[in-house]
Design a protein around this ligand. Structure first.
Ligand code: SF4
Length: 263
């Protein structure tokens, strides 16, 4: 139930947003290759996230195939381009709607008025740290709660201020150690082999993603890089998702190829 102060504020923008499935929030330049990228908000979540607004960055002109410049612009140096769990059917539907012009522009002020009542997921697709920090920060500051991840921490384009908003996505132990060395105060969302043992020990700094206990992200919200309530704890999850992609991630983890990845 909404508290009294919430009920005493205008709900107009929320009602308007419920009538559309998604909107665009602005065009920016990718620091990776200079291509134009657009911030897109979908107003509904999925089975794992629960009821969250989902934000993506999409290439304005290019496509999103693994080796395209469009993908380079929005995913930068992410080492999981060929094993991306977010590259699924829902993404193709979103891209189709986006390219068909079905998402109309919404002024950022109007979006922020909605976001204050909603949980936000930064990163349905694309890496939101490729947007200007100030754009992301203003949304994080007003949202009722949020989750966010970045793979760009390995990149020379990375704005380290994002460590206070996003979890560092890491793949396996060596990659995780490298992230801890570069950004000792940042929290991580670490993917491990599907057969590996979970640490799940607060004293050791990693707990298992509560989705394995049946919670949705909107009930958890631990993947808020700045979450003070968990005192710097990081999250671990086994490789999951579409079978052939899980297989690719497991293969990378077995070889520990991420540790040798050069941004
Ligand atoms: S730790 Fe919580 S917020 Fe993060 S992915 Fe797992 S369920 Fe979602």
């Amino acid at each position: 139930m909404n508290n009294l102060s919430t009920l005493m504020q205008p709900k107009k923008a929320t009602v308007a947003a419920n009538k559309v499935s998604g909107v665009t929030l602005g065009i920016f330049t990718s620091p990776v290759n200079g291509d134009l990228i657009e911030l897109v908000a979908l107003f509904s979540g999925n089975a794992k996230t629960g009821n969250m607004i989902q934000l993506s960055v999409l290439p304005v002109d290019g496509d999103i195939s693994e080796t395209s410049e469009g993908r380079n612009a929005i995913c930068g140096s992410c080492p999981l381009k060929k094993a991306c769990y977010a590259h699924d059917q829902g993404l193709f539907a979103m891209m189709k709607a986006y390219k068909a012009g079905k998402y109309q522009p919404m002024p950022m002020d109007e979006f922020l008025a909605i976001a204050q009542y909603r949980f936000v997921r930064f990163g349905r697709f694309g890496d939101l740290s490729l947007l200007p920090y100030e754009v992301v920060k203003q949304i994080a500051d007003v949202a009722k709660g949020f989750t966010g991840y970045t793979n760009q921490w390995r990149s020379k384009y990375f704005d380290s201020r994002f460590t206070s908003i996003f979890m560092l996505s890491t793949v396996g132990m060596k990659d995780s150690e490298e992230a801890a060395k570069r950004f000792p105060d940042a929290r991580q969302f670490r993917v491990i082999n599907e057969k590996a043992e979970y640490v799940n020990d607060t004293a050791k700094g990693f707990i298992t993603c509560p989705s394995t206990n049946g919670f949705n992200c909107d009930e958890c919200l631990l993947c808020d890089g700045q979450a003070q309530k968990v005192a710097g704890l990081s999250i671990e999850i086994r490789a999951h998702g579409i079978a052939y992609k899980t297989k690719r991630i497991n293969k990378m983890l077995q070889k520990d190829v991420i540790a040798t990845f050069k941004a």
